[in-house]
Design a protein around this ligand. Structure first.
Ligand SMILES: NC(=O)c1ccc[n+]([C@@H]2O[C@H](COP(=O)([O-])OP(=O)(O)OC[C@H]3O[C@@H](n4cnc5c(N)ncnc54)[C@H](O)[C@@H]3O)[C@@H](O)[C@H]2O)c1
Length: 324
């Protein structure tokens, strides 16, 4: 495994993964969405910009995906539409990007005889926890078109393993956070409101709990899973087996700022009741047992690092995006 392709490599997790694998001496090619400015998203600011090959195309377009997979050993497939609120507005766009896009990656990978394809799922596939912590046998329950599209993509990928023997591994991250994450996500949204001029911190729902992994620990899990044959044809959760509510996250972020801002409920930011995933807490025993993975960055430390990064990068970082 020397030549790596990362789809969605200009995004939040993908850009960290590209840098992480480059530091481990892999040849890294990134495939991300074509735009006429030749903008490389998060990789525009990477210190490794010159060392990473970036191909702009579209996962919805088989030809561009196929032409990017030449002499590639391993594909890390991350490209996706990820915003849950936008999936209420444009479900079909999620099917085209997340399902058809995954088909294109799987089929082109098969045609080009790549050694393995690691497909990125999401803990949203489980829906609200029926038991805690959530292991890989937990039922799947799509509570949003986003989750439905990811579940469909996972099953398609697993069917490639069963039908064609393609070396498929599904990595299922629980929530991830760290520098460069879009302010659509809750942690950067709260931090950006603390950094901005707003008097209050607007939040849709303070009660849901999530299990957060710092982004560099997720990158480590990607690499470890890629090196372990025993994860082939299966799903592997990545999370810390730790649960924190949005209210507690707000309190923790508040403790990092001198300025005091009150919480304010904002209806626009609230998911519909049946679509809200109330609890997520990861059972990571499979990952730990098979790969000896453990999270190196404690949640508090990750929050501190994210705040420092956001303070330094205010100019390139769009302020809170209203969770859309
Ligand atoms: N961020 C999280 O907490 C989290 C948790 C679980 C799973 N995931 C999954 O991890 C992956 C990466 O998420 P992220 O948070 O880095 O999101 P992101 O939006 O920052 O990155 C996604 C990337 O995919 C690219 N992309 C979208 N449509 C494309 C297309 N048609 N063609 C080519 N590229 C396209 C985007 O340009 C972007 O660079 C996704 O598959 C997501 O479902 C994320």
């Amino acid at each position: 495994m020397k030549n790596i392709l990362i789809t969605g490599g200009c995004g939040f997790i993908g850009s960290h993964l590209a840098e992480y694998l480059l530091e481990k001496n892999f040849n890294v090619t990134v495939f991300d969405r074509y735009n006429s400015n030749n903008n490389w998203g998060n990789l525009e600011y990477s210190k490794y910009k010159k060392d990473i090959k970036v191909i702009l195309g579209d996962v919805r377009d088989y030809d561009s995906v196929n032409s990017s997979i030449k002499k590639i050993d391993t594909i890390f497939h991350l490209a996706a539409l990820i915003g849950i609120p936008y999936s209420y507005i444009s479900p079909l766009a999620y099917l085209k990007t997340n399902v058809e896009g995954t088909y294109n990656v799987l089929e082109a990978g098969k045609q080009n005889n790549v050694n393995q394809i690691i497909v990125t799922s999401t803990s949203e596939a489980y829906g609200s926890a029926k038991y805690i912590p959530i292991d890989e046998n937990h039922t799947l329950n799509a509570q949003s078109p986003y989750a439905a599209s990811k579940i469909a993509a996972d099953h398609l990928a697993l069917s490639y393993n069963k039908s064609f023997g393609t070396n498929i591994k599904i990595i299922r991250p629980f929530n991830t956070f760290g520098p460069r994450q879009s302010a659509r996500a809750i942690i950067p949204s709260i931090i950006s409101q603390f950094l901005g001029k707003e008097k209050n911190i607007e939040i849709g729902n303070i009660y849901p709990t999530r299990d957060y992994t710092y982004v560099s620990d997720l990158c480590d899990a990607y690499l470890k899973i890629s090196k372990t044959n025993s994860t082939t044809g299966t799903v592997t959760n990545v999370g810390c087996n730790f649960e924190i509510s949005i209210k507690e996250i707000y309190n923790l972020i508040q403790s990092n700022f001198k300025v005091k801002k009150k919480l304010k409920f904002e209806k626009l930011r609230k998911r519909k009741q049946k679509s809200e995933v109330d609890r997520l807490n990861c059972d990571n025993r499979k990952l730990v047992k098979l790969t000896k993975w453990y999270p190196k960055t404690k949640f508090k430390e990750g929050i501190r690092k994210t705040i420092i990064w956001m303070k330094k990068n205010k100019k390139i970082f769009k302020q809170d995006l209203y969770n859309i």
